[in-house]
Design a protein around this ligand. Structure first.
Ligand code: AHG
Ligand code: MN
Ligand code: MN
Length: 343
């Protein structure tokens, strides 16, 4: 029998090292620090991961549990019908951050005003913005949904509670990402040092690093847009889609969940579009909870995101729940769409 020397490591230890990078360890590695800021960000990401695990668990059982699916009968501040799962997921994020000492305020598309956690504020220097369930029309038919998050530094006390400090560009984000509830649950994040994906290992209950430093291909064959709105778009967008139809090598993919369509494009390239329509000139997607966080990821992965005239990260919201047209994905494909807008 071979007994390992005390100063050598068994090969199984080394494979553990290689195969089991957890999210919190990855954040510390990214920041190359064990200082208070790094510890806070690592703990914050860990809490987001916990929210993701709780939501994933609920989703996986939703067909079997009373009152998990369907509408609540309420409409949210966006005027959209609210689903029970929207409320469940919204509350999960609140409950994992209460008593965390990490986040002073949470803002979500399901809440008219930010949710304050006053007891955290002396310490909690961050605001978390989130879309608790993205793609909620997919919920009742067991299709792909996700959660999107964005982390900003808390600026000042916001004594009036009007969240004026959040009406700043997407460059103010210090981190962003999403959780995708698919065949595996995946968490994709960036804290400004590349984009990294983690896959939930249900046997460990941990998100384990599965794809590091993801780079969006410069060009891809996918175009992802709700063509049911074709007659509602302006002519430049119609011209672009006509170009795609007559050009060989394009494939349409559209799932009804931005997170899921973006995820495909992040890995395989292509472009996702949600242009303005006649009835909704700013489109449907929300700048602070959807477009800006995904633009942060696209930028970090070497892709691009635009509202048609300027980079999404430069857009300053006029109110908390403001919307924006979105063109996001491979840099060449976004540039091509923009060239139609300009001409
Ligand atoms: P949410 O479920 O958070 O309201 O977001 C739905 C969004 C987005 O995920 C998706 O790309 C888009 O709405 C789909 O809208 P259409 O049904 O108009 O295509
Ligand atoms: Mn959404
Ligand atoms: Mn939503």
């Amino acid at each position: 029998m071979v007994i390992a020397q005390s100063n050598t490591r068994l090969s199984s230890d080394r494979s553990l090292d290689r195969d089991c990078t957890t999210l919190s360890r990855h954040v510390l590695g990214q920041l190359k620090s064990f200082g208070p800021n790094a510890q806070d960000l690592s703990a914050l990401m860990n809490r987001i991961a916990l929210a993701g695990k709780l939501i994933a668990r609920r989703l996986s059982q939703s067909g079997l549990v009373d009152n998990a699916l369907g509408f609540t009968g309420e409409t949210n501040v966006q005027g959209e019908a609210v689903k029970k799962m929207d409320i469940y997921a919204n509350d999960v994020f609140i409950s994992v951050f209460e008593q965390s000492g990490l986040v002073c305020r949470l803002a979500s598309e399901e809440m008219e005003k930010p949710y304050y956690i006053p007891e955290n504020c002396p310490l909690g220097r961050y605001t978390l913005l989130y879309d608790p369930v993205d793609g909620s029309s997919n919920l009742d038919v067991n299709l792909m949904v996700g959660s999107i998050f964005s982390i900003r530094q808390q600026e000042g006390n916001d004594e009036l509670g009007d969240a004026q400090d959040l009406l700043q560009s997407g460059h103010k984000q210090i981190g962003a990402g999403y959780i995708l509830y698919g065949p595996s649950t995946m968490l994709v994040y960036s804290i400004g040092r590349g984009v990294h994906a983690f896959t939930l290992d249900p046997s460990l209950g941990e998100f384990i690093l599965s794809h590091e430093n993801i780079v969006i291909p410069k060009h891809g064959s996918i175009y992802s847009v709700n063509e049911g709105n074709f007659c509602q778009w302006d002519t430049s967008m119609q011209e672009y889609v006509r170009y795609v139809h007559r050009t060989e090598g394009y494939s349409a993919r559209y799932s009804g969940a931005l997170v899921s369509d973006f995820h495909r494009i992040l890995f395989q390239g292509g472009v996702f579009l949600y242009p303005g329509t006649q009835s909704k000139p700013s489109g449907k997607l929300r700048l602070l909870y959807e477009a800006a966080p995904l633009a942060f990821l696209a930028d970090q992965a070497g892709g691009r995101a635009s509202d048609g005239t300027q980079p999404i990260l430069d857009v300053i919201p006029d109110h908390l729940h403001g919307r924006t047209p979105l063109i996001i994905g491979s840099s060449d494909d976004v540039a091509l769409v923009q060239s139609f807008v300009k001409s």
